[in-house]
Ligand binder design. Sequence first.
Ligand code: FAD
Ligand code: SF4
Ligand code: SF4
Ligand code: SF4
Length: 383
Amino acid sequence: MAMKGDMLYAWTNDAAIKEKAELGGAVTALWKFALESKAVDAVLVITKGADLYDAKPVLITDPKELAKTAGSLHCGTLLLPKYVKKFLDGAKNMKIGVTVKGCDTMGFIELARRKQINLDNITMIGVNCGGSVSPISARKMIADKFGVDPDKVHKEEIDKGQFIIEYEGGHKGISIDELEEAGYGRRSNCRRCKYKIPRQADLACGNWGVIGEKAGKATFVEVCSDKGAKLLEGAIKSGVLAAETANPKGLEIRAKVEGAMLKLGEKWRKKDFTALGAKMWETINKETSRCIKCYSCIENCPVCFTAAEALTKGSIMVKPGELPPNPMFHMRRFAHISDSCINCGQCEELCAMDIPLALFSHAIRVEGDTTFEPKLGKATYSN
Ligand code: FAD
Ligand code: SF4
Ligand code: SF4
Ligand code: SF4
């Protein structure tokens, strides 16, 4: 019987899923069982769009359609909670399964706190996340650092600290550290991220800790809730999934890798926040003066929507049609998210003027946490 706290290696028995899966195909097999058993009405997952750098969300109701959504897209930087709020009525009347990264998980929790999402109707299968790469930066990185035409690449992966590509003519890997020193690699918010194993999802899946003969063939699954345990057990009983207890040495390795990733996140925070330093507000003022008021940062932020109406309609200080907008446009937005920015990077990634907005809001939130958290107690997550 599966229980919260269990740590397992799992792999699918479904040939079509196995062929397309990143590792053991546990995530996709679990969704197949969830749809077939009607534990969920639909599954919201990420799949390849126009090319390898284009990740798109897709809502699946037919289990036969799931196999093609297996596999990891490291340029998949999009955040799913807002899709559920905007296009699926906040899951008010529909049970939805979602594959989530840490930032997606936090986005769901923040939207549920604001009563925009019905978490009771959401099942989350989490994937561990070392970071994602912006599609535009990935294309440039592959051309400049790998010397390969990005359109000739048919697979990318991140493994053992390397970004690896397979292309017409072979495969190449370069260490993430080297790429990041050169200004490429993971998004800047991902470098600072400290939510590597999404334990607030129902199940947390990844490759860290899979060793021995199962390495590369099985998914490491941590059971994080009773709902997750029920789903896992049902999938095993149905035959679509097989599992065994994780190797104790594998558990140790997984914990060590997680610890190393958290230290790396802390190192990047120090670096980024120190560079911003005492001149933070001056820098914010200077950078945001390039703003063309496209509203993308508001539209795509999972925690900022209460500010949206006030800022898009205009107010005494922020008049409609004024460019660049009065600094209060940005100050008001930062004030709204100052206690709850989850460092998901959407504002920065989608800013029409490439303003480093996530860096600013993350720095403001962390400063607030450092000042007030000892009085408030430990935060739910510390991203
Ligand atoms: P599959 O059955 O192949 O299913 C994969 C699921 O992930 C599908 O539902 C698919 O839609 C979804 N998906 C694909 N791309 C994205 C995306 N960008 N955002 C959200 N969902 C997506 N594991 C580690 O142990 N360490 C890591 O450092 C690590 N980094 C990762 C970084 C990213 C950006 C992603 C997406 C995953 C990462 N993983 C990491 C998880 C790992 O790659 C596998 O997803 C996991 O082990 C499950 O394998 P599987 O064969 O069971 O999944
Ligand atoms: Fe992954 Fe964190 Fe980046 Fe989200 S913010 S993609 S969880 S590293
Ligand atoms: Fe994400 Fe930016 Fe909103 Fe913070 S302010 S939660 S980084 S979109
Ligand atoms: Fe201004 Fe960038 Fe926000 Fe658009 S996304 S409103 S350009 S700060």
